[in-house]
Design a protein around this ligand. Sequence first.
Ligand SMILES: *Cc1c(COP(=O)(O)O)cnc(C)c1O
Length: 361
Amino acid sequence: MKKSKIYFTPGPSQLYPTVAKHIFQALRENIPSISHRGEKFHSIFQNTTRALRTVLKIPKEYQIFFLSSGTEAMERIIENTVEKYSTHFVNGAFSQRFWQTAQELYKKPYKIGTTFGTGFNFASIEVPKKTEVFCFTHNETSTGVALSMHDIYNFKKQYKDTLIAVDTVSSAPYIDIDYSMVDLVFFSVQKGFGLPAGLAVLIVSPSALEKYTYLTRKKVSTGSYHSFDSLIHYLEKSETPETPNVFGIYLLGKVCEDLLKKGIELIRKETEEKADILYKFFEERNGFDLFVKDPKQRSKTVIVIQMMHDSSQLIEELKKRGLIVGMGYKEYKTKHIRIANFPSHSMSDIKKLVREIKIVS
Ligand SMILES: *Cc1c(COP(=O)(O)O)cnc(C)c1O
């Protein structure tokens, strides 16, 4: 199939190159019509779970739940593991959404804020002692700031009885996670996995499940069909409580197999090489500035560039050339451009983008 456009938008984004082939195969196998209670679905469910475990190195005692979106995962985490007190590190729109979710569920979330475009100086931060769950947005898609996983692991070392939740929506599968140091990790598939939207994955530790059980004993509401109990009950039968996105679960398994074939280490290395090219280019180019000033805090997967002039003209020019880049987020709409650097973006895609920007700017 001819690739007419390349989407560098940070989600939905460019499809992984093998997705079209898998969609055709899924149609040949009538995947969108099969029963979600039948054997064929059970084998798809098991295959996707197994492939995910291998790509992301998820320990076998951690559960894998299929949900519908990253935003849903935030709500499920708060409902199923927080009685009252979650603490949120807020440095952009998505971490803010996580905090707001807890507010809306009538918890008492604590917000630790910082300037957009920066990370946190964790050493100098005091956190409430009552915190039940620390909530981190590993990669703030709105600002292009990535936290260091080691800073997050330090919380586990320091606060052994507190759960750690990490939003990796725009950094998975690039980010390599030590699951023994975290309890709740989630992502949706329309970003780094290069798939159509409508599916998310939540990975849950045994401690988080214990916390869930404690809450149910105290009769705290943990939601209905997507409570951890309900999800586990069905997961044991290789099913989900509701009719899930069967098509998406099938495609996720296939793309995970492709990532494994290519080699996740190679994919991670290429991600870093492509990010270096982009950062170097924009750092040196007149009229552009990197939004994240500290090189250690710059995301490898979402590159945010601040422009001296209105960014919409450049975005339009690139669009005419078949290159779709992201606008700035909310108040930065016409000040920034955002470029996704996911496994579906090849080195030659990145080089093409740089070449075209040189022509139009
Ligand atoms: C996109 C995004 C979300 C929201 O995911 P949805 O699947 O759109 O609900 C949450 N967190 C981050 C960091 C994101 O980039």
